[in-house]
Design a binder for this molecule. Structure first.
Ligand code: ADP
Ligand code: ZN
Length: 221
């Protein structure tokens, strides 16, 4: 089975980052997480970071043209034999349309879109318990991993912290933004025949296995 270009879609906390990490360990993917790229830009205080920071802290979306530019820049460097794995992009219909046009321009087959479905209650619960490594970006959960703010990352020893946008008020805002701006992409990709839905609450190992199966030539619903 041929490996497929992939887009991971789903609410914040659906497990996009976690499953992207698993996939990358199993097969060669150019993993592009716009959230990670933007957080790195904020930490490095680049021009992009300065422009993005206030939006991110509030749980708002960064303007389309900024994220479209950074994805475009990386996608055009992709070799024909390489595969990409997008996580956190696209997040608006305008971003999806820009991506569709870019993919066509590059002469690539449309990606498979894996929609990780997770309920609102679960999102609020997961994000409240989520802790991130300041150094390597690894994601942990207070309940699942028994690790909390100030503990060291088992991967790299970095310090774990609570992302500012994982605090309750920003979480509520991110869910609202998701519903308004990102949820319409489910229809967009369904209509284009690119969408596969995976139950994101089905246990991490099972979801991971299903995602890997799909990455190797799975068909849309
Ligand atoms: P999560 O998926 O957990 O909500 P991300 O790490 O993907 O978090 O994104 C964090 C923040 O970065 C978002 O709330 C938003 O401000 C910004 N961001 C990331 N990707 C995009 C995007 N494609 N379009 C606009 N803003 C984005
Ligand atoms: Zn780490």
């Amino acid at each position: 089975m041929p490996q497929r270009d992939l887009i991971l879609l789903g609410p914040p906390g659906a497990g996009k980052g976690t499953h992207a990490e698993h996939l990358q360990n199993q097969m060669a993917y150019l993993h592009m997480s716009t959230g990670d790229i933007l957080r790195a830009a904020v930490a490095a205080e680049t021009e992009l970071g300065k422009q993005a920071q206030a939006y991110m802290n509030a749980g708002e979306l960064v303007p389309d043209e900024l994220v479209i530019d950074l994805v475009q820049e990386r996608m055009t460097q992709l070799g024909a034999e390489e595969h990409y794995l997008l996580d956190g992009f696209p997040r608006t219909v305008a971003q999806a349309e820009a991506l569709t046009a870019l993919v066509a321009e590059l002469g690539r087959t449309a990606a498979l879109v894996i929609y990780l479905a997770v309920s609102d209650e679960e999102v609020v619960h997961r994000l409240g318990g989520r802790r991130m490594c300041r150094k390597c970006g690894a994601i942990y959960n207070v309940d699942r991993d028994g690790l909390d703010v100030g503990d060291s990352c088992p991967e790299c020893g970095g310090e774990l912290y609570l992302r500012r946008d994982d605090q309750p008020e920003a979480v509520r805002n991110r869910l609202a933004v998701y519903k308004q701006d990102t949820q319409p992409l489910i229809d967009y990709y369904q209509q284009r025949g690119q969408l596969v839905t995976v139950d994101g609450e089905d246990g991490q190992a099972k979801v991971s296995e299903r995602v890997a199966e799909l990455a190797w030539g799975g068909q849309p619903d």
